[in-house]
Structures are given as structure tokens and as C-alpha cells.
Write a protein that binds this ligand. Structure first.
Ligand SMILES: *[C@@H]1O[C@H](CO)[C@@H](O)[C@H](O)[C@H]1NC(C)=O
Length: 311
């Protein structure tokens, strides 16, 4: 084992799911299709926003960034899970486990900041329409994206620097589909209580803070729309309810996993599916299929295609 402070554990065993063969085959097929949909759907959005100059606006730049990030978010855990569903020997190397943890928190951090940025963008567009392009200048858009990545790095490193120094010497079985702080910390052979606190304080605070900030911004937008004219309220409600669904779906597992870092039930090991497979699949659906600009852009793309074929 290389010089990781007296660690003797060189791999972790992921228990994951141990159902019948048929169940595992069905789940493998289901998640493979879902993952394929996530990759294709999100990359399609990135492609569309870059290719169509009509979509060169703050909202769509942020959306493309979110889609790009969603591809990575689900790639941190889903491919490994699919692979493990069919294999008998479900192990992950020590380094692989640490890398997985880093990527999960890196991408998770970026995702949270992007969701806040997109809520802020909607707030500016709806509540301050005359200053919108000033508030969301190209410079500020780039700044928001950079803040996302910086936050992701700081968030990851601030926790990882503690866990990196933990000695792992004995048990190496993780009752989950992937590696993450709460489960891995429990395997350390030194007293890990204060590290549990670090993770709960950091990841827990971050997910709860983001969650309430987002809900607050949605309430603010709704109140503004409601005050201005009652006619538009139902339309705003429909749009925002889709966003709120995603936010609740994404943050409830996060809060449950980190603010409550003492896994007692086995349900919580399935919660990650909401974060890594459902939300990345839902984002393209709610931001795209219900969106007029994107539909028009797809039609335009289609026409161009015909045009090129005939000319
Ligand atoms: C992310 O946002 C920035 C800033 O608006 C933009 O320049 C860039 O093209 C976006 N990235 C992707 C992958 O769409």
C-alpha cells in the first residue's frame, strides 16, 4: 500500500444489490437506458445551445452548463453501479473510492451553484426585466460558472483533507453502491466522530443552505408575478412547480445523507438514484421539452438539415 498514513485497506467491497439474477438484469437494462438517455439528452442541449445563435443568452448558457455538468454528475456513480449489478465481485480500489468521493462532491458543488445561478437568472428576468441584460452580462455569466467550479473544488478539498488522513486498517465493506464520506468515515479505525461532524457541517450545511435559498427565490418570483398581474400567475406556477420538483428531488436525498450521517436503514443506499439518475434525466425534460425557444430551435435545425440535403 502506498504512503497513505498507515492505511492497510487497499480496496473496498461495495455490497450494492444482491437480488436474483433476473432482477439484476432488469435493473441493468433499465439503468443502462436511463444513463444513455441522460448522456444523449444533455449533450443534445449543449450542442443546441452552442449551435443556435438564437439561444446565445444567459439562461441558455447556464442551462448548457447545467446539462454538461449533469453528464458528469451521473457518470460519477451510475456506470460503476450498472457494472456492479451484473458482477459477483463488487470491489473498488482505495484510490478509486477516493477519486469517486472527490468527483461526487466536485460535481455536486458545481450543480448546486448552477441551480442557484439559474434561479437568480430567472429572478432578474422576471423581477428586474429592464436591467436583466445588465445584471446578467456575459462577464457575470462566466463569473457565476467560475464560482461554481471554485466552490466545487473548495467544498471537496475542505472535507477530503480530513478524510485523507484517516487510517483504514480493518473492515472494508460498504453497504452501498458507491463510495461517499458518511459510509467511508465509519470504516476508519480511529475515532471518526469529529470527521462525521465536519462532513455533516460542510455537505449538510451546503445542501440545506442551497435548498432554502432556492425555495426562497422561487417564492420571491411568485410573489412578484402575483403582485404585478394575476393572469400570469398560473403560468408561472406551472413553470416553477417543475423546478421546485427537481429541487426537492435533488436536495432531499442530499440532506438526508449528510445532515443525518448515521445510516440506520438500508433505504438511504437507494436514495442516490434520485440525485445521480433521476434529476440529470429530468433536467433536459423540464428545461427543454416545455420550452418554446428550444422547440423552435429544434425545428430550425430540422429545416436546415432538409435544406442541406437538397442543396
Ligand atoms: C457555460 O457558460 C459560459 C458563460 O456563459 C459559456 O461561455 C459556455 O459556453 C457555457 N458552457 C457550455 C458547455 O455550454
Amino acid at each position: 500500500m502506498d504512503g497513505l498514513n498507515g492505511s492497510v485497506v487497499s480496496e473496498f467491497v461495495l455490497l450494492g444489490l444482491s437480488g436474483s439474477w433476473e432482477t439484476r438484469v432488469i435493473l441493468t437494462l433499465t439503468f443502462s437506458l436511463l444513463y444513455l438517455g441522460i448522456i444523449l439528452g444533455n449533450l443534445f442541449i449543449v450542442f443546441l445551445v452552442i449551435a443556435d445563435s438564437h439561444l446565445h443568452s444567459p439562461m441558455y448558457f447556464l442551462l448548457a452548463n447545467l446539462s454538461f455538468n449533469d453528464v458528469w454528475v451521473s457518470s460519477t456513480t451510475v456506470p460503476k453501479m450498472i457494472f456492479d449489478l451484473l458482477s459477483e465481485h463488487k470491489v473498488i480500489s482505495f484510490q478509486g473510492c477516493m477519486i469517486q468521493i472527490c468527483f461526487i462532491h466536485m460535481m455536486g458543488g458545481v450543480e448546486m451553484v448552477l441551480l442557484i445561478a439559474m434561479a437568480f437568472d430567472r429572478y432578474a428576468a422576471i423581477c428586474k426585466p429592464l436591467h436583466y441584460l445588465n445584471i446578467m452580462s456575459p462577464k457575470r455569466c462566466i463569473l457565476l460558472v467560475v464560482i461554481g467550479w471554485v466552490t466545487g473544488v473548495i467544498h471537496t478539498m475542505s472535507q477530503f483533507s480530513f478524510v485523507m488522513n484517516l487510517p483504514f486498517c480493518g473492515p472494508n465493506t460498504i453497504d452501498s453502491f458507491y463510495c461517499d464520506f458518511p459510509r467511508v468515515i465509519q470504516l476508519a479505525c480511529s475515532d471518526a466522530e469529529k470527521f462525521e461532524f465536519v462532513v455533516a457541517a460542510n455537505s449538510g450545511f451546503m445542501s440545506m443552505g442551497t435548498f432554502f435559498l432556492l425555495l426562497l427565490s422561487y417564492v420571491f418570483i411568485l410573489v412578484t408575478v402575483w403582485k404585478r398581474s394575476s393572469g400570469d400567475l398560473s403560468k408561472a406556477l406551472v413553470t416553477l412547480s417543475a423546478h421546485i420538483t427537481v429541487v426537492v428531488l435533488f436536495f432531499t436525498p442530499c440532506m438526508f445523507l449528510y445532515v443525518w450521517p448515521f445510516p440506520t436503514s438500508s433505504i438511504d443506499k437507494y436514495l442516490f438514484i434520485a440525485d445521480f439518475a433521476i434529476t440529470p434525466a429530468l433536467n433536459p425534460v423540464i428545461y427543454t421539452l416545455r420550452n418554446k425557444d428550444i422547440k423552435i430551435s429544434i425545428q430550425r435545425l430540422n429545416k436546415q438539415g432538409h435544406y442541406n440535403r437538397f442543396c
